[in-house]
Write a protein that binds this ligand. Structure first.
Ligand SMILES: Nc1ncnc2c1ncn2[C@@H]1O[C@H](COP(=O)(O)OP(=O)(O)OP(=O)(O)O)[C@@H](O)[C@H]1O
Ligand SMILES: [Mg+2]
Length: 358
C-alpha cells in the first residue's frame, strides 16, 4: 500500500493560505504576492487590544524586516516565516543570529540562536510554531476543557465577541486559539522555572514563538531521552528526578499532558522537560487524572526499558494523593482498570478520603 508523502514545508504553507486566505506570518512569505490589506479599524465586537493587534498583523507587512538575514540558510518561505516570527526578538536584541534548525517537530520548529550578550547566556532556543497548528487545533478540545483562553499578553480572554470567534473558529478565532496555545506554554514555563523544575528558562514570547534556554552546545543539541540508553548508574536517579518534576508540576497545578521520553532532553547526565502548550490544570480539566496516568505510564515505560521495576498506576495514584488532589470527579473511572489491584486500591482510597467528614 502506498503511503501518502508528507507535504513539504512550502506545500503546507500554500495549503494554509488556500484554507484561511491569510494567516499570521503567511503574508510575508508569499514573495511578490502581497496580502490583502485589512481595515485598521477594529472589527465589530473586537475591543481587546491583543485581538486588534492580531487583526492588524494579518494585513500589514513589515518592510523593515525584508533584509533581515540569518546565518541559517532557510528556504524562501521558511525565511519569511522566521523573519515574521522572530523579527521582534531580534529587534529587542534578545539574539543576534539564527544559527541552525535544531529540530522540526509536529507543532513547531526549534532553532538555535546566538544570544545577544545582554541576554546573559550564549545561546537561546527559539520555538517557532508551525501554521499547521491552526488545523490541529480541532483535536485540542480535551486539553482546553476547563482551561481559560489567554491573549498574547497572558490575560484571560473574556470578551464575548472574541469567545464567539473562537467557538466559530473564524480566522480571528483561530488566531486567538493559536496565541492562547503559545501563551499557555509560556505561562507554564514561567511557573515551572520559578518553582525550580528542570525545564528551560523562558526569556520572551512573541505572537508566534517562544525564546527559551537552549540545552546542548554549539555543535550538538541535547538528544531526547527516548534516543538515549542510560548508563545503569543513572537509571534510578534520573527516574527519581523525573518523579520530582512531576511533583513540582502538580504543586504548580499543572499536568504536562504529553509527557514521555520524547519530551525530555538529556544532557550532561541531567534531564530537562520540554513542550508544554497542552499542559492542563488538575483541578479544572475533567480528564485530568486520566491524562496524568498516561503521562506517568509513558515515563515508566521508558525507565522499565532501561531495567527499572516501576508500577505506573500505583505511582500516579500516590503522586496525585500526595499533591492533595483528592476530590473524586477528577478521577474518572473510565481511566481506571478494575482488574488492576493498584487502580482498585487507589479508587477505594479516593472514596475513603471523600467520605471523611469535613
Ligand atoms: N530548549 C531546547 N533546547 C534544545 N533543544 C530543544 C529545546 N526545546 C526543544 N528542543 C528540540 O526541539 C524539538 C521540538 O520541540 P518541542 O517538543 O517543544 O516541539 P513540538 O513541535 O511539540 O515537538 P513534537 O511534536 O516533536 O513533540 C524537541 O524534540 C527537541 O529536540
Ligand atoms: Mg515535543
Amino acid at each position: 500500500m502506498k503511503t501518502k508523502p508528507q507535504p513539504s514545508f512550502d506545500e503546507e504553507f500554500d495549503e494554509l493560505v488556500d484554507t484561511f486566505g491569510h494567516v499570521t506570518g503567511v503574508h510575508s512569505l508569499t514573495g511578490r504576492q502581497k496580502a490583502k490589506k485589512l481595515p485598521t479599524v477594529p472589527a465589530p465586537g473586537v475591543r481587546d487590544r491583543a485581538a486588534q493587534d492580531a487583526l492588524s498583523r494579518l494585513g500589514t507587512e513589515d518592510e523593515s524586516r525584508e533584509n533581515l538575514n540569518f546565518s541559517y540558510q532557510a528556504s524562501r518561505h521558511e525565511a519569511g516565516w522566521l523573519r515574521d516570527s522572530l523579527g521582534e526578538f531580534y529587534e529587542h536584541r534578545w539574539f543576534d543570529d539564527v544559527l541552525r534548525l535544531v529540530k522540526g517537530g509536529k507543532e513547531a520548529n526549534v532553532y538555535l540562536c546566538a544570544a545577544n550578550p545582554t541576554s546573559g547566556v550564549p545561546w537561546l532556543a527559539a520555538k517557532v510554531y508551525r501554521p499547521r497548528r491552526l488545523r490541529n487545533l480541532r483535536k485540542d478540545h480535551i486539553y482546553r476543557e476547563g482551561r481559560t483562553d489567554l491573549d498574547s499578553s497572558g490575560r484571560v480572554i473574556e470578551d464575548d465577541g472574541l469567545l464567539h470567534a473562537m467557538r466559530k473558529r473564524s480566522t480571528l478565532g483561530l488566531e486567538l486559539l493559536h496565541a492562547s496555545w503559545i501563551e499557555h506554554e509560556y505561562q507554564t514555563l514561567l511557573k515551572l522555572h520559578a518553582a525550580g523544575a528542570d525545564s528551560p528558562q523562558p526569556f520572551a514570547r512573541g505572537h508566534n514563538a517562544i525564546l527559551m534556554g537552549y540545552v546542548g552546545d554549539a555543535v550538538t543539541a541535547a538528544p531526547t531521552l527516548n534516543s538515549v540508553d542510560l548508563p545503569r548508574r543513572l537509571v534510578r536517579p534520573l527516574f527519581e528526578r523525573v518523579v520530582h518534576n512531576l511533583e513540582i508540576l502538580l504543586a504548580c497545578r499543572r499536568i504536562h499532558g504529553d509527557l514521555s521520553a520524547f519530551n525530555i532532553l538529556y544532557w550532561d547526565e541531567e534531564i530537562t522537560l520540554i513542550d508544554f502548550p497542552q499542559a492542563i490544570d488538575p483541578e479544572q480539566n475533567p480528564s485530568a487524572y486520566g491524562i496524568f496516568v498516561r503521562d506517568v505510564t509513558r515515563i515508566c515505560q521508558y525507565f522499565q526499558e532501561q531495567g527499572l521495576r516501576v508500577e505506573p498506576r500505583a505511582l500516579a495514584g500516590d503522586l496525585w494523593r500526595k499533591a492533595g488532589y483528592r476530590r473524586g470527579p477528577q478521577v474518572d473511572l473510565r481511566y481506571l482498570n478494575a482488574e488492576d489491584a493498584a487502580d482498585r486500591g487507589f479508587w477505594e482510597q479516593v472514596r475513603r478520603e471523600e467520605e471523611k467528614p469535613g
